[in-house]
Design a protein around this ligand. Structure first.
Ligand SMILES: [Zn+2]
Length: 268
């Protein structure tokens, strides 16, 4: 067989054109699919399924240790360089409330550490009063000194807000729900924003906000709140408080409450 070079070249060129056309076509198709998937994703979020939103968000920003998506980053620029003290209640020889083999201090610490990661991903500077199971002041000192050691971190770090995290207890095992305490007028809005957001994300019973004379609140010069995430004396709430998915919902509630608070301040 005689090799016809011209014919071969034509054939190669034809195949090349087909190949290029196929690549262009596939590329277009793929882009459309991505856009379509993206739109579907947006619609899902718009449906405001808060639990899914919380989970998706945690997957994006905490569990995978990556930054939140661009949209979240833009809306949360407000946290950039904000100084936030997170105070996981109790610790060390003081476990706080205990029930069903659960210690309040462990719940508080777990949620506090998750919240720290989320806030830092948005550029906030986070000061933890404790990051392990320990007291903040030296073990054995009076409770007042232990609590003052927590408040002292506000002044030392020139913080913007103080968030104390607790789990509640009651003699009546039926009592359940989330509540947020504040002491002075400068703290009320922060309490309201956090409480509202916590209820949105957890769908827990809303026990509202209340003025309360707690040491860490009344001795704070900056907006300060104390969150009671739920009652460990109520069995179903205790199970939730021990559950990682529910803790993530609490963290998202706290996080969004803080973001909303700073956004509102910025508008004024
Ligand atoms: Zn407590």
């Amino acid at each position: 067989m005689v090799f016809n070079f011209s014919c071969f070249r034509k054939m190669v060129m034809k195949r090349m054109r087909i190949l290029v056309a196929s690549i262009v076509l596939l590329n277009l198709l793929f882009t459309n699919l991505v856009v379509f998937a993206d739109q579907n994703y947006s619609t899902t979020i718009e449906k405001n399924d808060l639990k899914n939103q919380a989970l998706t968000y945690m997957e994006n920003s905490v569990l995978n240790q990556t930054s939140p998506n661009n949209e979240e980053n833009n809306s949360n620029k407000i946290l950039n360089k904000k100084i936030i003290v997170i105070d996981p209640g109790h610790g060390g020889s003081n476990p706080g409330a205990t029930q069903y083999g659960m210690r309040e201090s462990d719940n508080n610490l777990s949620v506090g550490l998750k919240l720290k990661k989320l806030l830092e991903n948005s550029g906030a500077k986070v000061i933890m009063t404790r990051e392990t199971d320990r007291s903040v002041a030296e073990e054995g000192v009076q409770l007042k000194q232990e609590l003052q050691a927590r408040v002292d971190l506000v002044d030392v770090n020139n913080a913007d807000v103080f968030i104390s995290i607790h789990s509640n207890a009651n003699e009546n095992a039926d009592v359940h729900g989330v509540m947020t305490f504040y002491y002075n007028d400068i703290s009320k809005r922060l309490a309201v924003d956090i409480q509202k957001s916590l209820i949105e994300f957890t769908e827990a019973t809303d026990k509202g906000t209340e003025k309360e004379n707690f040491y860490v609140l009344r001795n704070n010069k900056i907006p300060a709140v104390l969150v009671e995430m739920g009652f460990i004396t109520n069995k179903s709430e205790a199970i939730k408080l021990n559950d990682d998915v529910y803790r993530n919902a609490l963290v998202n509630g706290l996080y969004n409450g803080i973001v909303n608070y700073f956004n509102e301040l910025n508008i004024e």
